[in-house]
Design a protein around this ligand. Structure first.
Ligand code: FES
Length: 83
């Protein structure tokens, strides 16, 4: 499990059984998605801090420092997203 912190300071827990995308949607954050498999980029978010575990196959090496693919990627601890 890990925690996503939103810009406004609200936190959303992502359990081991769900995805960041699903947890965010369940918390009322409207995120678009399409493939839900880490390849299309529709669910891409800005990332402000934290230790992501990138599992997508679309972000460039550079983008991995500040972008996050919510349908497949995870994190350790608290991940701050630009949402
Ligand atoms: Fe396609 Fe996440 S929905 S990469």
């Amino acid at each position: 499990p890990f925690i996503i912190e939103l810009r406004e300071g609200r936190v959303v827990e992502v359990s081991a059984q769900t995805t960041a995308l699903a947890a965010l949607r369940a918390a009322g954050v409207p995120l678009l998605a399409s493939c839900e498999n880490g390849v299309c980029g529709t669910c891409e978010c800005g990332m402000l801090g934290g230790q992501p575990i990138h599992r997508d196959s679309i972000l460039s090496k550079d983008a991995r420092g500040h972008r996050f693919i919510a349908c497949v990627s995870r994190a350790t601890g608290v991940l701050k997203l630009d949402l």
